[in-house]
Design a protein around this ligand. Sequence first.
Ligand SMILES: Nc1nc2c(c(=O)[nH]1)N[C@H]1C(S)=C(S)[C@@H](COP(=O)(O)O)O[C@H]1N2
Ligand SMILES: [Mo]
Length: 454
Amino acid sequence: MTIQSTDPTSLWERAQQAGINRRRFIQLLAFGGAAAVLAACESAIPSPSASRVVSSASAAASASTAPSASEAPAAMFVKSEEPFLKVFDTELGTPWWQQTSFVTPYEHFYVRNRYATPVVDKSSWELRVHGDAVAEELTLTYDELIALPSVNAPRVMECFGNGRTVNREQLGYDVMGGNWVFSDVSQGEWTYVPIQVILDRVRPTSNARQLLFWSGVDGPDTGRPIDMTEINARSDVIGLAYKLNGVDLPSDHGGPVRAIVPGWGGAASIKWLTEIQISSHGFWTRMHTREEVYIGEDYPPEEPGPDDEFLGAVAEDIRGQTGKELFVKSWLAIPYVIRISEPAGNYPLEVGEVPQLVRGPQMVRGYANAPMSGIAQVEFSIDDGDWQQATLVPPFDLPYSWVRFEFEWDAPAGTHNLRTRATDSAGSVQPETVVFNELGINCNAIARFEVEVA
Ligand SMILES: Nc1nc2c(c(=O)[nH]1)N[C@H]1C(S)=C(S)[C@@H](COP(=O)(O)O)O[C@H]1N2
Ligand SMILES: [Mo]
């Protein structure tokens, strides 16, 4: 990002006029420079249709003329938080019980951030591709990137935290991390440049060991490496995305450009990408040591190599095994009863409250996800009865995409439970239980949805 020579005082004045409060102003300035502040000012100009949090949440702050410590909390997102579950300050969960569409609209697409969403100006955005294992370095501007060959395809984005709640509610596991239930997964239609196009330009050398996706824009420690063998195996599928659902990639989802690593937990899909390093050594980052890892008795920790580089992480942080592929999973478009754990903000049910259905024949709908291999079948069971086939709703044969399913149920009055069990094309079936891991990641145990029919 180019730092424009804008006087900080007048910058602050402009930010205030745009309804940006002090904390967010400092964050924007620190991570994106004056360009980021100006871009945020522009995107904060109220438009008739948009009731954006950027302008509304900080209305109180803009009323005061000088930066002060006692002000409304900073806006963490560009989009409206209103329809979402508030899982954490920087985390918005999709209201999955309201979902019917194959592609998740922007307004409901979950956001999983470590820091406030930075607003990065595409006209000053650059990507640097370098490292000791490339024949040639490369720097790309936004216009140069979007001129490269691209693909346009539905790809699911799922965080390892999706389904974590089942650990707490059904398996009796005391795990750490956001209580997302099934709000941590969405499907987008992405326009992206396959990483192979970039590799063809920089030509990795034969000793290339890892490829690091790096941001460092939202915070100082946001990046994630992938083994070169894993990149090479799917270099036409992994890529650099610049559009979501046909529009310029929104800031909350990593605009102007992010990585997408279909089939893997969302943590590998680094947002606000600025740098790719291809190196003969390994990297360790926050995003696959303290977070997004399997930690527990069944997961002996990985060992760093002697030349490995630590970026925002130290050797002691390596306590488990890096989360990679997502496991086959399914869930219903019904709120899930929470009895033991703490519901996220905006959760539609009180603790112990059971959703109500009207008696009689009805379609029950849900989603199944096995992005690495695709869904082969989904079965359902009512009140622990026999497993029966659910119907897959087209399209259901697209790679790296989720699948919708449905089944008819003539619901009798009373309290019931509904379970679904998905099988992927590689033959893996959702299990009744999973092995404990401290962060409860990638939990795909069969979920039990309770309902009350009246
Ligand atoms: N720079 C950066 N990239 C990031 C993250 C982040 O906090 N910072 N979160 C990751 C995680 S854990 C997930 S699940 C996905 C979420 O993408 P989304 O917010 O567009 O849904 O982004 C990933 N990329
Ligand atoms: Mo995530």
